[in-house]
Design a protein around this ligand. Structure first.
Ligand SMILES: [Zn+2]
Length: 159
């Protein structure tokens, strides 16, 4: 019996090259809605919000690269409510990022394609890891989902 094949929607599954602007590592200065701190990327914003202490946040905001901010975020003692707020923190950061009209217009240009951050670092929560070990793991695609939500809220074009 034939396997049931997945329905494949047109998908942008790699946030690099022409679609690097969808990545949280893309340079897009944003100001924290709750702390007034300027963050160079969504990654800096997200990682810094793992803590409540503003001095600690400012240090993460000052990390020279988003990769360094990510490593700094791995080393912190997580705020107690982190698991409950992390998706809304990400959404907040993305909303700030896409207030930039140029970036918003690029996002709208993706039409109604599925947005999925395909990756090799085993992240099946925010994206979809393509390594053999993750093949049968469920991908929650939370980052792509939030990006598509912002696109919808801003009147995505039908293509
Ligand atoms: Zn993997």
């Amino acid at each position: 019996m034939a396997a049931i094949s997945k329905i494949h929607f047109p998908t942008i599954d790699s946030f690099d090259g022409d679609y690097f602007f969808l990545s949280n590592f893309y340079p897009s200065p944003i100001v924290g809605v709750d702390d007034g701190i300027e963050y160079p990327t969504v990654e800096h914003y997200f990682q810094a919000h793992k803590v409540l202490d503003l001095d600690e946040r400012a240090k993460i905001a000052a990390a020279r690269t988003p990769g360094m901010a990510k490593r700094a975020g791995r080393a912190v003692d997580l705020r107690p409510d982190w698991e409950n707020v992390k998706i809304s923190v990400m959404y907040e950061a993305l909303q700030e990022k896409f207030k930039d009209p140029e970036l918003l217009s690029q996002l709208l240009e993706t039409g109604n394609k599925q947005l999925v951050e395909g990756n090799s670092w085993h992240d099946n929560f925010w994206g979809d890891c393509r390594c053999p070990n993750c093949q049968y793991k469920t991908s929650y695609n939370k980052l792509g989902g939030l990006l598509m939500q912002i696109r919808r809220n801003n009147g995505e074009k039908k293509k």
